[in-house]
Write a protein that binds this ligand. Structure first.
Ligand code: NAP
Ligand code: GLV
Ligand code: GLV
Length: 329
């Protein structure tokens, strides 16, 4: 039996390469800072039995059609909105993701954004750098109170629940909104289920952690910002297109909400001229929710295990479209 051929669309931690190398011949797009060009991805996928991909790779019908041998796409992310799942399924391509291994790391970053935006950390740093600190003063740089406040989590799944656990240490009241109630989270944290609108009205902090789907695209817009408190702090650590960015800019400019902490954007990477960056009440970071070496290594090894399992007929740990399995070609 010839060894399966794999293509890897970015430089990944060595531990993950070793897992792939043990079972496959592979080539990779060996870059840290540049995503694989589309033409290269399609050309390489045409030769591959499996592809290990990043969230920046578009995995659509064109990709699937260009990759007739491809049995599996192992996305190195928990989110897979970069993939057209029905198109992959129609071509018999298994999609896998990396749930769980990045949960706490991403919750930590969401919490850091919440605290930084509430307490004006980046604004204060910039003010000192610009020579603007004149004296201690009772109302200088006052921000939003975190301890004892009300946290509203939109999308209390793995990561949202981990954010809720952090809120316990701050004596916060925790509200959440999902499509379905989460009894385990209610029992563990005392989290209260609310409709989307009631959560937006009641929360001092709104943290978005839903996946990007047809249903969640644009779900936070002008109407939703108008429902929030003028003192509310908004955090998006999920996916940019869940939020209507122009409406967010307007809400922050006109004092409809107090501040925002953002890890994700409608079009990534954003440039230095992006309208959100001109606002003093925005803390923005470049999609680094899962960015610790330990977690990125766990994500890469999880993706490698998924890839190899699918290519060697072993049970696949994290299938997104398991209906593809067991149907042969
Ligand atoms: P998860 O466990 O699947 O949680 C998603 C939650 O969203 C579930 O509780 C789900 O509950 C809820 N939900 C889904 N659709 C909804 C809708 N239309 N309305 C309201 N709630 C909805 O996923 P996770 O592991 O926590 O990851 C969540 C997302 O975070 C990922 O999809 C990814 O996009 C993003 N993420 C970002 C980073 C980063 O670097 N910033 C890192 C990791 C993940 P119901 O099914 O009951 O609705
Ligand atoms: C990162 O954004 C992920 O979805 O894993
Ligand atoms: C502030 O620094 C205080 O001591 O209250």
């Amino acid at each position: 039996m010839p060894r399966p051929r794999a293509y890897i669309t970015r430089r990944i931690p060595h531990a993950a390469l070793e897992i792939v190398a043990a079972a496959c011949d592979y080539t990779l797009w060996d870059s840290d800072d540049q995503p694989v060009p589309r033409a290269v991805l399609l050309r390489e996928a045409a030769q591959a039995d499996g592809v290990l991909t990043m969230l920046s790779d578009k995995l659509d019908g064109e990709f699937a059609a260009a990759a007739p041998r491809c049995q599996v796409v192992a996305n190195m992310a928990v989110g897979y909105d970069n993939a057209d799942v029905p198109a992959l399924t129609a071509h018999g391509v298994l999609l896998t993701n990396t749930p769980g291994v990045l949960t706490d790391t991403t919750a930590d970053l969401a919490w850091a954004l919440l605290m930084a935006a509430a307490r004006r950390i980046v604004e204060g740093h910039k003010l000192i750098e610009a020579g603007g600190w004149k004296s201690w003063s009772p109302l200088f740089m006052v921000g939003q109170e975190i301890s004892g406040a009300t946290l509203g989590i939109v999308g209390a799944g793995r990561i949202g629940s981990a954010v809720a656990r952090r809120a316990r240490g701050f004596d916060m009241r925790v509200l959440y909104h999902n499509r379905h109630r989460a009894p385990a989270l209610e029992a563990e944290i005392g989290a209260e289920y609310h409709s989307f609108d009631d959560l937006l009205r009641a929360a001092d902090f709104v943290v978005v952690l839903v996946p990007l789907t047809a249903e969640t695209r644009g779900m936070v817009g002008a109407r939703e910002f108008a429902l929030m408190k003028p003192t509310a702090v908004f955090v998006n650590a999920a996916r940019g297109p869940i939020v209507q960015e122009q409406a967010l800019v307007a809400a922050l400019k006109h004092g409809q909400i107090a501040a925002a902490g953002l890890d994700v954007f409608e079009h990534e990477p954003i440039g230095a001229d992006h309208p959100l960056l001109g606002l003093p009440n925005v803390v923005a970071v470049p999609h680094i929710g899962s960015a610790t070496l330990a977690t990125r290594t766990r994500m890469a090894t999880a993706a490698a295990h998924n890839l190899v399992a699918a290519l060697t007929g072993q049970p696949v740990p994290n299938p997104v479209n398991p209906e593809v399995l067991g149907h042969g070609d």
